[in-house]
Ligand binder design. Sequence first.
Ligand code: PMP
Length: 429
Amino acid sequence: MSSPNADTPLDPAALRADFPILSQTIGDAPLVYLDSGATSQKPRAVVDAEVDFLLRANSAVHRGAHTLAAEATELYEDARATVAGFVGADEETLVWTAGATASLNLVAYAIGNATAGRGGAASAALALRAGDEIVVTEIEHHANLIPWQELAARTGAVLRHIPVHDDGTLDLDAAATLIGERTRVVAFPHVSNVLGIVNPVAELVALARAVGAVTVLDACQSVPNLPVDFAALGVDLAAFSGHKMLGPYGIGGLYGRREILDALPVFLTGGSMVTTVTQDEAEFLPAPQKFEAGTQPVSQTIGLAAAARYLDALGMDAVRDHERAIERRTMAALREIPGVRLLGDASGVDRVGIAAFDVAGVHAHDVGQFLDARGIAVRVGHHCAKPLHARFGLTASVRASASVFTTESDVDALIDALGDVRAYFGVDA
Ligand code: PMP
């Protein structure tokens, strides 16, 4: 790794050597990858960790008496300890999942199972009754919206939405009114994948706690970009994805406070999550194994642990400072381009390196193609946040998002290109 000291500021240009994909050209232009919010690139250390496991120690875990199985089990549980430590969890409070979408569905379906009477006395406290309320925000990614819509439809609960101000900040006064004695679940993003603003977790947790509601944090866009400590944040449950934090696809996590994980009934069932099984019924292992049915994605957990070690060595304070610097440069320059409107233009708020914008008179997809012709990769569309776009009167936007390897010259290339885009499409400045 190029920058092993967590106390030194991050040097993105030096880190690029760790990401071979970044050295290619798109046509004649060097690749400028500004789509880490969709998925980050993977450093060689992550790929090597996975490949090394597959070539040297591959075996199914938690079963088998042979040497390879024991080694694989040790590596797999070590990976859990590493990733748990990275997010402020301990080993019993980190469930492996396929990613944030899987984690959030797990929680919503498990609460549904509690509502159906599964899970015994501890689970009954999580059950929803018709008229109970699930509170989300207007800024959700679909992954933290649709599972709750479905749970509401199955249980008769009512979905309510904390509004967003025009500047992209959440309306906390409205939240204080919305979160009341019927509220059983409060689910919200740490950082919106469109607005990039860090939301006030402590305030929302306090409101939820005051009425005994369970808090569910979508931490997909915070874990890669800021120091995150779920236990310190005080949330009950939290979801994140490996592929957005320099790690592999198909792996992520669900953090849960121990009492909540104990109380939640199981969702997916099958092998590896039971103590005893008869023809008629089964008893389950404690968390986290009770949520990890079936053969697990072992090599991906090992790759994810390598990603957590890579970020840890950079220092998450340094990563956050780098993200802030990139974000400030990007936002300041975008504000100066005629016809560019930022989604969530609040100033004086904490942000990560995500900026979404509309270019007046040019469809987001055209902007994306224009940028691609200059080697610049951005995301265009609704970014799986259709209701949020509707709230801002749009169907699509352009999103640029940074990672540890994003340089100032990446930002400058974007800004230069955007300066030309409206003239290219014949739209008056
Ligand atoms: N929440 C947020 C805020 C996201 O940005 C994403 C991914 N775009 C998700 C949830 C879903 O993550 P995944 O697709 O990795 O399950």
